[in-house]
Design a protein around this ligand. Sequence first.
Ligand code: NAD
Ligand code: UGA
Length: 463
Amino acid sequence: MKISKICCIGAGYVGGPTMAIIAQKCPHIQVTVVDLNAERIGAWNDTDTANIPIYEPGLAEVVAEARGRNLFFSTDVAKAIDEAQMIFISVNTPTKTYGSGKGMAADLKYIELCARQIAAIAKDNKIVVEKSTLPVRTAEAIKSILDQTGNGVQFQILSNPEFLAEGTAIQDLLAPDRVLIGGDQSEGGEVAVQALVDIYANWVPIDRILRTNLWSSELSKLTANAFLAQRISSINALSELCEVTGADINEVAKAIGMDSRIGPKFLKASVGFGGSCFQKDILNLVYIAQSYGLTAVADYWEQVIILNDHQKRRFAKKIVKTLYNTVSDKKIAFLGWAFKKDTNDTRESAAIYVADDLLNEYAQLAIYDPKVSRKKMLADLDYLETRTPEENARQAKTFEDPYVACKDAHAIAILTEWEEFRSYDWQRIYDDMQKPAFVFDGRNLLGKSLLERIGFVYHAIGS
Ligand code: NAD
Ligand code: UGA
């Protein structure tokens, strides 16, 4: 089966970059990305690709190359569904905030809406691809909704989870470690899997395209995120032990990472992991285990989240304790708000929670991030509903110039590992600060010896 028209529902951090690369690598396929959010689609269509809604190195260039040729962004969801032979569902699957499973289960209402809309519109056979991260066995629910149409249309459901990381999305998409495709093990299922394999085979070596059954594919995505996050919680747990024993977490990470069975990646101690997925996907895994009655399994994975919350909280506590047990009315500069470098995404960023704890202590925050807007920073704080928006705006000021943000500060907290922070004139920053001048490096980004030579009191994670 040759695919010439595909549609992707959801023009977010996954749908946008993924479809841009498919369009770039498959000029013979028309790719339409649709979204209900007209503002987001408007930004994807901005004549200046510097204004596309997602900051991701290399993305603007890919969009500039393919947009208008075979890559289109639209709010006309129905038309795109009608025309496509293959439909990717790439909508958000956040943690439920209400009802049963509140705070743990994935909220599948957006997925269900997509399935219902596809069922209502489809007049010919379609392949529906789960691109969103979903609980194991969701394909069954989607299939049951689609099969209610009663108009003879045949649907094949595939699971094709996305493994890109923000900030490196383009290189991850261009050279993925693997592409995972789960499908029904019937003749129709195999034809559908092959159709999707043929798309990726335009640029991904065939031995990196992995075929599994639907449930293995769905569960592998949650598992991959759980394993990655578990490594961070493991190293962060040890960072606290390093701080009291005189061991250095960077040295420990290097020493254990050189064991090829452990490997060096994802062993950077930090103020805690953030991002839209690790927490939500592990909570979802815990919920699934609980719902099968597997309490020991659920408790095991939940500990990854508990440790991460502890790591964020203890960073804030350390600031307060070091600043003579009070930060009331003290200016604390935040360098970084995004959950990692090279993205404008702030979802679940550790910075939000550290800020909230310090605001509870009546600190005055001065926040700078090279890619995050003031509006977004305040919205993140307001979302927690710890205090009124007016109070947040009064206590948390945002700055476009890091030197102004740090001026007269009692302490600087590094929350994101932006490269530019390394090249700042740290002598100038020191000269303009209150003394003693403290730096709390939540990313172990800056050189301890340089900062201490200048005169800073420098606190890193895990040493
Ligand atoms: P996102 O919030 O950035 O984008 C989702 C988009 O879907 C939004 O723009 C929203 O308006 C749109 N949408 C929701 N319901 C819709 C509907 N019925 N019709 C049309 N549009 C609709 O989310 P994201 O970060 O792109 O994540 C999407 C999925 O991919 C999630 O399941 C996530 O777990 C998974 N994922 C994310 C990443 C990542 O790095 N962000 C990586 C891998 C997997
Ligand atoms: C993560 C996974 O890496 C992707 O494979 C996956 O597709 C994605 O989640 C998803 O499903 O959403 P992402 O959250 O974009 O990607 O970014 P990561 O690079 O994984 O970083 C997540 C968080 O962990 C960041 O806050 C980062 O700073 C932190 N981190 C990462 C550490 O604290 N230490 C490390 O060693 C690595």
